[in-house]
Structures are given as C-alpha cells and as structure tokens.
Design a protein around this ligand. Structure first.
Ligand SMILES: Nc1ncnc2c1ncn2[C@@H]1O[C@H](COP(=O)(O)OP(=O)(O)OP(=O)(O)O)[C@@H](O)[C@H]1O
Ligand SMILES: O=P(O)(O)OC[C@H]1O[C@H](OP(=O)(O)OP(=O)(O)O)[C@H](O)[C@@H]1O
Length: 216
C-alpha cells in the first residue's frame, strides 16, 4: 500500500515562528533541525506524518488556500488583508497579539477631499475608511509605514500597534482601532474533509497547548 503523504504545515517566519515552536513542542511536534539557524525552507519533524514549511506571513494563506500546505499559522491581519476564502480558521493560538490601528499626527486636520493613507494593508484599510464614509486614497508600502506622514507622503497610516513605541518615537498617535490581531491556525477546506482524522488530532493537540498557556 502507498504511504500516506505527510501533512504539510505552513508557518509564518519571524516573531510568529518563535512563539509557534513552543506550542508545537507542547503538542508533541519538534522539527528535526534548528529552524532559526538553517537556510532550509522545508523541515521534517519527529513525526513522520508532519512536515513544516516556513514562509512570509503574506504567503501562508496562498499556500493553504491552494492546498500546497494543508494547515498554516498566520496573523489575523494577513487573513483580513488577503481574505479567508477556501480556509477554515478553527483555532486562535493567542500568540503575537497586537492591534490594527489607523495612526497619524495628533490633531492633524482632515482637510483634503481625499485622505492619503499609507499601508501594507491596503485592502482592509480601504474597507475601514469606506465603512466610515471617508474618501481615502490608499498608498501601498512594504514597511516603515511610520515614515510616510513624516515625509508628507500620506496623512495617516494603517499599521500594527503593540506597545505604541514605534508611533511615539515618530511623533504619531494611534487614532482608530480596526481589529484585534493574534495568530490563527488555518486549514484548507478540502483537506479538512479528505484528511479529517489527522487534522482533527492536530487541532486538538494545539488547542490543548493553547489551553495550558504554553505561549504565555
Ligand atoms: N509589534 C508586534 N507585536 C505583536 N505581533 C506583531 C507585531 N508586529 C507584527 N505582528 C504580527 O506578526 C506578524 C509578522 O510580523 P513581522 O513584523 O514579523 O513580519 P514582517 O517582517 O513585517 O512581514 P513581511 O516580511 O511578510 O512583510 C504580523 O502579520 C502580525 O500578525
Ligand atoms: O507598537 P510597537 O510595539 O512599537 O509595535 C509596532 C511595530 O511592530 C511592527 O514592526 P516590527 O517590529 O515587526 O518591525 P518591521 O515590521 O519593520 O520588521 C509594526 O510594523 C510596527 O511598526
């Protein structure tokens, strides 16, 4: 009989990865090599039925949606920006908590007919301003959003806020709360049917790790 393919789990590199590994360990899953020091992108684990791939957060929903990965760990901000089509979101992992906010200079007048907003989250930002009935021109950036108002590229930004230190250091303040963010386990909808028992066991093991407060 042919061997079943291992489940593929797509992890978000960077700060989410650091907080995901202890949850995986508590769920009995350990990569066979050090994921931080290796240049590899695919990692075998102590479980022959589970393989890890390590991606940018913005690519995780794409891999899982297309079934190239069966499950993934990704920030809610990425799901709000790129959509959850084709994905189930069965578990809030409670890690990498932060907020999506609009931000700008305190007391800046909204004097232009169209507010200029810089963000890497242009889709969710456009929805936010449209819901408030504010005409906004979205300017796509890939990082250092805080620079845009300082250089008069934009009037406001939409960005992640945690401690508020980055905004403060650049003379800005958080303005409107858009959404609370934490990392989520996502599952390809077709895989949830075809590989139900393995995925269900994985979700339960990770839920146990979250409930134990491993990441706290
Ligand atoms: N300051 C923060 N505190 C807590 N969580 C955060 C913070 N900033 C980002 N996150 C979460 O971590 C995820 C990855 O953020 P990080 O800053 O590591 O990636 P990035 O380098 O900006 O991503 P990319 O390279 O894909 O643009 C975000 O999608 C968000 O869910
Ligand atoms: O409110 P704070 O605690 O200051 O956190 C917010 C900052 O964190 C993130 O940047 P990150 O530290 O990941 O830097 P990078 O996106 O430039 O890598 C985000 O893009 C904000 O700039």
């Amino acid at each position: 009989m042919a061997m079943t393919q291992p489940l593929v789990m797509a992890l978000t590199k960077g700060r989410i990865l650091k907080e995901t590994l202890p949850l995986l360990a508590a769920a009995g899953i350990e990569p066979l090599e050090d994921v931080h020091s290796s240049r590899k992108l695919i990692f075998e684990t102590n479980r022959p039925d589970l393989r890890l791939v390590i991606l940018r957060g913005s690519d995780v929903p794409t891999y899982v949606r297309h079934g190239a990965a069966d499950v993934g760990v990704v920030g809610k901000d990425m799901l709000l920006e790129f959509g959850s089509e084709g994905l189930y979101e069965p578990l809030d992992l409670g890690i990498s908590r932060c907020r999506l906010m609009t931000a700008g200079f305190p007391d800046a007048p909204r004097s232009r007919p169209r507010l200029r907003v810089a963000s890497k989250f242009v889709n969710l930002a456009r929805r936010h301003y449209a819901n408030k009935g504010i005409q906004a021109e979205l300017i796509k950036l890939y990082g250092a959003m805080e620079l845009a108002p300082l250089m008069n590229l934009a009037d406001e930004i939409v960005d992640i806020v945690d401690t508020g230190n980055t905004l403060r250091a650049n003379g800005m303040v958080p303005l409107e709360h858009i959404a609370d963010v934490s990392s989520r386990l996502v599952v390809n909808k077709a895989a949830m049917r075809t590989r139900h028992s393995s995925i269900d066991a994985l979700v339960k093991a990770l839920r146990g790790a979250v409930e134990q407060g491993v990441a706290a």
